[in-house]
Design a protein around this ligand. Sequence first.
Ligand code: G
Ligand code: G
Ligand code: MN
Ligand code: NA
Length: 254
Amino acid sequence: LALETDLRRAVVRGQLELFYQPQIRSADGRLAGVEALLRWRHPERGLVSPIEFIPLAEEAGIITELGEWALAEAARQIVAWRRQGVAVPRMAVNLSPRQFHAADLADRVERILAAAGAANEWIELEITESAAMAHPEGAVQVLRRLRARGIHVAMDDFGTGHSSLAMLRTLPLNVLKLDRSFVQHLPESETDAAVASAVVTLARRLGLSVVAEGVETEAQKHFLADIGCDLLQGFLFARPLPAGEFEAWLARAY
Ligand code: G
Ligand code: G
Ligand code: MN
Ligand code: NA
């Protein structure tokens, strides 16, 4: 529980950071957006993964504070980049299931973006299938309110949760993120190739774009581009990087 006490202080002590990972357009190799990924720089433990501290923050009842810090910081960063002429079209930010089910989410998000001077259209919120499925009717309402404000929504880790096709049909989403477990054995695995192709086809027919996660090889990149997957994210392009390193990567890559 020492970690929980530390976590409560982490925000005020400035120990939280965002790392940034690019999303690349498969058609022309251009930068389409960036995903912000939270890190906790703990004084003794070093970099702590969100896999460890997000559940802790949910239990401790401070996930909204952490999540809103991340959104505000991501918004501040995209505004700063655009002012400096760093062309980042969109910033994706992860939402925890708890955050997603706050009835006033859309208003809270809009207030945070306005305070940072970020346009709603620059921001994409990533939700998980299980968060959406926990309260499907609530999810539809929240997504409608976000969409009405021009904020994009992506379904993260698609294919690993319990969403049904009926659900996918009713949720007003913009993006599906194909989970990296379906990408890692491409192109050799015939079953995974079939699943990836089917997801991309389905998404396109529903008017959604697809981000493939965990792209690590040229062969995966070519396969995904061939089946019409719009956007690619993974170590092949860059790992999640601190803001300064991301800027250096971008300057080198383009
Ligand atoms: O980049 P990384 O391996 O650290 O991400 C691990 C997990 O943590 C991923 O599932 C990612 O979605 C989640 N995550 C990263 N940043 C955030 C955040 O700001 N909020 C929430 N809720 N989850 C995050
Ligand atoms: O669940 P979510 O998609 O938000 O989490 C993104 C996670 O995936 C982060 O932990 C990030 O570090 C990790 N990640 C990003 N690209 C790759 C990749 O190419 N390979 C692997 N193994 N992990 C990746
Ligand atoms: Mn994500
Ligand atoms: Na994911």
